[in-house]
Write a new protein. Structure first.
Length: 280
């Protein structure tokens, strides 16, 4: 966990929510009131965000006492209590929504990821996330993918060269794009993997001829072409299938022999896992 990044995220999120004060709590609950609350699971799934919740409670009020009963990555069911928190009721109520928003979102992602990872368990294919994340929440969403058993693709634009169709078109072709990328890394003395997206077997042949890539993304290939592409590559490059892949067809894509499958749906359209923080 990147504690500095998390601390800044929590600071920003609390500033957005609290403003100049939680006037509902301040006006209805006497100052100094102590209380307890339990985090109640209301839907079966994979729990994620517990470590983050601990940081949120601590940043809101270091004197809050949290007892964790279920850790990140565990299967949870309706009625489970993941944790309890005790201390200042004003502080608990300030932390409540941020804890729930983060844990529900992260648990939804972890649950979806875990389900697909299980579907792929009899294949050699690993599941990747993408950059199709919520602005400002990428670190949390990719963290949740890892908790669910998936693998993080590049974090951002800075930690891999991924040459996609627009880059190829703007660069004047595949050979130009790959040559320029290799030259750039050499001149900048950077060690980054190079991945390139291809849209058909013709483009794949151009990449193989040009060389210099570490990974090839086979985008929106049908099953016959994907199998042909994997055979043509024959282990010379890491292979990644993307585009149009769903929970229903993911195993069919994996059976074509690719090393990785990337799915934007893990983060861009997942359903949050239902839970609540209840006083007791």
């Amino acid at each position: 966990m990147d504690r500095e990044l998390i601390a800044q995220f929590i600071k920003n999120a609390l500033a957005e929510d609290v403003g100049d004060g939680d006037h509902t709590s301040l006006s209805t609950i006497p100052e100094g009131t102590q209380g307890k609350a339990k985090l109640l699971i209301k839907e079966d799934g994979i729990l994620a965000g517990v470590e983050l919740a601990l940081q949120i409670f601590a940043q809101v009020n270091p004197s809050l006492e949290v007892a964790v009963f279920i850790n990140d990555g565990a299967h949870v069911k309706v009625g489970d209590i993941a944790l309890t928190v005790s201390g200042s009721t004003h502080s608990i109520l300030i932390a409540e929504r941020l804890v729930l928003n983060c844990m529900q979102r992260m648990s939804g992602i972890a649950t979806k990821t875990s389900k697909i990872v299980q579907l792929l368990s009899d294949t050699k294919t690993k599941l990747l996330d993408t950059r199709k994340t919520t602005p400002g929440l990428r670190y949390l969403e990719k963290w949740a993918v890892r908790i669910g058993g998936g693998v993080n693709h590049r974090i951002g634009l800075y930690d891999m060269i991924l040459i996609k169709d627009n880059h190829v078109d703007y660069a004047g072709g595949i050979q130009n794009a790959l040559a320029a990328a290799r030259k750039y890394l050499q001149e900048k003395n950077k060690s980054l993997q190079i991945e390139i997206e291809v849209r058909n077997l013709s483009e794949l042949n151009q990449v193989i001829a040009a060389g210099g890539a570490d990974r090839i993304m086979l985008d929106n290939f049908n099953f016959d072409d994907l199998r042909a592409a994997v055979a043509l590559i024959n282990g010379r490059f890491i292979t990644e299938a993307s585009g149009g892949i769903t929970e229903e067809n993911v195993v069919d894509y994996a059976d074509c022999g690719v090393d990785y499958i990337s799915m934007g749906a893990l983060t861009h359209s997942v359903k949050s896992l239902d839970m609540s923080l209840k006083a007791y």
